[in-house]
Design a protein around this ligand. Structure first.
Ligand code: ADP
Length: 218
């Protein structure tokens, strides 16, 4: 299976599309945001520092991100390909990722840019809730719940991310414009960038992605 990178503004649907690919094609999904949230939950001193940055909508230090990512990518389940969601987010990370990929002897096959307007992303942020138990992400405005406030799959209480508020969203969006947009141009020049409209709904976005990566032929 291919190696896929998702790049997008906050709340464009990287996590949702990754989960859909994981479920349908049994792909490995690595979310750098989740790796960082895991570090926060561990209560370590590094986790405390990470929490502060995430709650401000700023990028976490590259060195912390590299260590978490390297450890994850070296696990054997990544040998058959993976989906990387939320990395690289700045040009330095893109360059270091070249080195990591060489170490692993794997190349980037597809970089998928999920395109969405700031206004639509903002609406999605304010409705986003997720299950702390199984990780399923929902939107309070668009999804139907068997029991309000509970996960449809495992019935745990749904939670809101602490950085999903209007103020932090605005900062995350600014960080995306200044730091992450140059990464999109970097991959465009390398000829591996694919642009997908992520503003309609998750099913439409998914169909476009399946077409790009030729998933139906696997
Ligand atoms: P979103 O893309 O919606 O902002 P993520 O879960 O991908 O959500 O990221 C949440 C936060 O985690 C970011 O705002 C940032 O603080 C941190 N983060 C995620 N990926 C990276 C990365 N590659 N480098 C630095 N910080 C990151």
């Amino acid at each position: 299976m291919p190696n896929i990178i998702f790049i997008a503004p906050p709340a464009a649907g990287k996590g949702t599309q990754s989960d859909m690919l994981k479920e349908k094609y049994n792909m490995v999904h690595i979310s750098v945001g989740d790796l960082l949230r895991h570090e926060v939950d561990s209560g370590s001193p590094v986790g405390e520092h990470v929490k502060e940055l995430m709650n401000k909508g700023l990028l976490v230090d590259n060195s912390i991100v590299y260590e978490l990512l390297r450890n994850r990518l070296h696990k054997s389940d990544c040998d058959q390909g993976y989906i990387l969601d939320g990395f690289p987010r700045n040009l330095e990370q893109a360059h270091v990722f070249e080195e990591i990929s060489e170490e692993l002897n794997r190349q980037v096959d597809y970089v998928i840019f999920l395109d969405i307007d700031k206004e639509i992303a903002m609406q999605r942020i304010t409705g986003r809730v997720s299950c702390p138990n199984c990780g399923t992400v929902y939107n309070e405005y668009y999804d139907t719940f068997n029991t309000p406030g509970l996960c449809n799959k495992c019935h745990a209480n749904l939670e809101k991310r602490s950085d999903d508020n209007v103020e932090t969203f605005n900062q995350r969006f600014d960080t995306y414009i200044t730091k992450t947009q140059p990464v999109i141009d970097y991959y465009k020049e390398k000829g591996v960038l694919h642009i997908v409209d992520s503003s309609i709904n998750k099913e439409y976005t998914f169909t476009q992605i399946e077409r790009i990566i030729g998933a139906k032929k696997w």
